[in-house]
Design a protein around this ligand. Sequence first.
Ligand SMILES: [Fe+2]
Length: 235
Amino acid sequence: MASIVIAGDVHGAIGLFYEQALALQCALKEPIEAILQVGDLQLYSEDSHVDKAVTRHGGPGEFPQWFKEQRRAPIPTYAILGNHDDADLFYRYAGKEIVPSLHLLPQGEVVSITIGGQAIRVGALGGNYSPKYFHFAPANLSQGKRKHYTEAHIDALVAQAPFDILLTHEAPDGVVLKGGLDLGRPEIGELIRRTAPRFAFLGHHHWHTIAKMGSTTVVGLARIQKEGGMYPIHF
Ligand SMILES: [Fe+2]
C-alpha cells in the first residue's frame, strides 16, 4: 500500500509546508511516499510577473529562492497549476521537476506515477475557470492566460480515462457551499461523473470537505496551515 498525502494551497509558505509534512510523517509513524498538491504553491521565479492578488497576500513567498538555489523537496511532490502560480513558468517545467523532487503535472494529462512500487494514474486539471477563455484552444491562450483551464483540457482527460485520482484546483459543483452559494464548477462535476476516479481532490477555496459523487470520494483541502490542509490516504 502506498502512503500518500494530499496537500492544499501553500501560497508561498513552502518551508512550513515541508516542515508540516515531515511532522505528519512522524505522527503517522510511516514514510510518506509522495505528496500530491492541488495548486497555488506560488511557483514564481525572481523574474516572474506577480499579479495584484499575490501582492495583496504578501508577495510570492519563498519559492523564488528555492528555484534559484534548486533546493530539493524532502518528500517527492507532484503539483498541479493554481491561479496563483506563474503559469508560463509552470508550463515550461510541466512534466519535469521544477526543483529536484518537485514534479509538475501537465494540464489535461493523465500521468502514471509509481508510488511505493505501485503505478497510480493521476489526472491533472489545474488553474481556474474563465468564461472568456474556456472555449479557447490551449495553444491560443496568450501569456498570462494559461492559468485558465479549457474545455479541451477536460475533453483530453475524458479521452485518457480511466484514472485513479483526479487533481483539480477548482471545485466541482455541489461540494463547496459558502453562504448558500455553490462555488464549484459544473464542468468539473461532469468530468468526475464521466470518469469516476476513486478520488478527486481540490484546493483553491481553502475549504475542507469530504463528499461522495457516485463512487468517487471528493475531498476539498484547506490551506496547509489549517485543519484539513493535509489529507493522508493509503492507496
Ligand atoms: Fe487558487
